[in-house]
Design a binder for this molecule. Sequence first.
Ligand code: ATP
Ligand code: MG
Length: 420
Amino acid sequence: MGNKIFAPKGTKDIYGKDVILWEKIESEIKKLCKKFDFKQIRTPMFEYLSVFDRSVGESTDIVSKEMYTLNHRGDEVFALKPEGTSSVMRAFIEHGLGNEITPAKLFYITPCFRSERPQKGRQRQFHQFGVEALGSVSPMIDAQVILLAHTFFKILKVDKAIKLKLNSVGCPKCRSEYYDVLREFFIGKEDKLCEDCKIRLEKNPMRMLDCKRESCKALMEGVPLMKEYLCKDCKAHQEKLLNYLDILDIKYEIDYKIVRGLDYYTQTAFEFVSDLLGAQGTVCGGGRYNSLVEMLGGKETAGIGFGMGIERLILLIEQENPNLLNSDDDNIDVYIAPLGEKAKETALKYLKILIEKGLSVQTDCMDKSLKAQMKYANKINAKKVLILGDDEMENGYFTVRDMETKEQEQIKFEDIIKYV
Ligand code: ATP
Ligand code: MG
């Protein structure tokens, strides 16, 4: 078993044209976050296990089943990050990032690791783009975080295939009453619940609403809903947010089943979902987490954010906006075609000069004939070819061929920079 020389199951190499698409997405993320004034943060790929235990929650699927843990020498236990938020919160506390500007607005693009059964839209290493806004309890920031995701989908032209689903999961105060009601509702039905839901009933019964098993779904018929138990503050928060979304002309659907799988959520919970992705329909999940910073040992700080799965976003782009995949960035400015040893030396010299001038340049490394070199230049989409044959070398000029117009002209070595 120790000699497998292929990528681990549930991971993917990104190469060729895919890299261009990934770069495009990352560049759109950066432009978008600049517009909304979110600053990038990069955190380590792994953290002390307790960072996730205490934030995501010990009883969640992510921590109890899906996390990759690493046992270091001694008794330190680390985990590969299964999601982006916890590390950002840990860094926020550690570096006092909330001390200067409130709300602190951060974004990240990071690999995440979860030991799950791989399938379409579900990998063991995947990537999340996420944002976090810390320090404001106002629904004004909830609205802007949702607007940011909404704008991103519009920019990528996948917005028509995506719906926003919204809910309020209340605060610890109103939730504790709701939990009691839920536990009461399931009295006598415990035996029919799946093993996970038996634990959820005990630890976080609201998460049962999110169970994907048909047998559990059947038991949810007539289940009491959080909305009936929201306290005055939570209710007002939600009403204001809905009003802001109307003003922004962002359509939403209230879905009481959106409870999010993590322990740290309060009030606003939302998902952007698509019908085009099969069972893995959630492209982006987010919400408010007013107790998270405290759970990690910081001072009480309100927050809201989302995590978006980039692989699922790409599956959507493939269906909704395939033009984005056919990128035109795939060309180079200049190919230098030398014939003979002396010409190669000159080619190398001008390769350096032109690259320093900011052009993309290739030259022959395979001792090809002129014909083969022209074919190659065509294949790599070179815009111009600089031919260096015997006559050119003797008289100090390039024969420059424009690969689009097919026109050729002679340009003196010393004029080439001005020319190309
Ligand atoms: P799901 O219900 O599909 O398992 P989740 O609730 O576990 O999703 P979150 O923890 O909210 O997902 O993560 C945010 C986003 O990250 C998801 O909406 C999804 O787009 C993406 N994501 C989560 N797990 C995976 C995975 N294993 N592979 C690819 N993308 C993922
Ligand atoms: Mg999951």
